[in-house]
Design a protein around this ligand. Sequence first.
Ligand code: SF4
Length: 183
Amino acid sequence: MYKKRRLSDLPFFETVQEILSHYSRPSTCPAICCKMTDINLDEKDLEILGRASKYKADQIKYCNYDGEYQYKIPPPCPFLETDKCSVYDWRPTMCRMFPFNVCNKPDLLLLFPCDMGTCIFEDYIEYSDKVLRKPPPSETIESFKQSHDSFLMKLSEGLPIPMLAFKIDSLLPFKEYLRLRLE
Ligand code: SF4
């Protein structure tokens, strides 16, 4: 029994999964997120990873953040093997969301400016243009491009990475656009 609400219980989780089902990891992806970012886990993620490899799960940390304890995989993730996730089918919920990430504002999600995030944002621009007849502001497009161009350098220097704020309300129609585009 898991006391806390899981990330996968949040209403947008399935929509994000459907959006991500239209993308595959670009060949240019060096699995940087698995090498350089903390992965937050809940108790169920921890249990599943423990079943996959007790030895590697022992490297997971239980840390106090602002008075709240949180399980974390510190980078580089021990489950990464030659730039591939060795527990892909059992990977934690936060990894299943990537390149989306939760935000401290309930109506927003964040989009990481990696190659896959860029593919998603390019499709979102196309959707906004064709369906909404209102593309995102050029400053937003330019700022995401700059974030993409500099995120490897910023990650390696431990600098914050500006992410794109994505309105949760816009996910559902965007998901439908991607689905219909395939038909
Ligand atoms: S569990 Fe897999 S996807 Fe998640 S950080 Fe580790 S290697 Fe990457």
